[in-house]
Design a protein around this ligand. Structure first.
Ligand code: SF4
Length: 77
């Protein structure tokens, strides 16, 4: 978190109320050197709110569903 670009920005930026706000946060995350670690942290801890690692809440839910599906596919083989 100490290396994230968000430390230079108002934290509210990462908890947008609309799609425009998500895009604004995503632009900041795009230039962040720890974006992949940030996203993984949010996924691992199932953080529901905000933009983490450049992904919105909806995108993270989709990723988690895809991971669950992939792990089920592996266990049923
Ligand atoms: S990727 Fe994570 S650490 Fe980096 S700017 Fe975005 S919210 Fe902050």
């Amino acid at each position: 978190m100490g290396k994230g670009k968000c430390r230079e920005v108002d934290p509210e930026t990462f908890f947008p109320s609309d799609g425009v706000g998500v895009l604004r946060a995503r632009k900041i995350c795009a230039g962040c050197p720890v974006a992949s670690q940030c996203l993984e942290y949010a996924l691992t801890n199932q953080i529901e709110h905000g933009v983490w690692g450049g992904c919105s809440e909806r995108e993270r839910r989709r990723l988690l569903r895809a991971r669950r599906g992939a792990s089920l596919a592996v266990t049923t083989r």
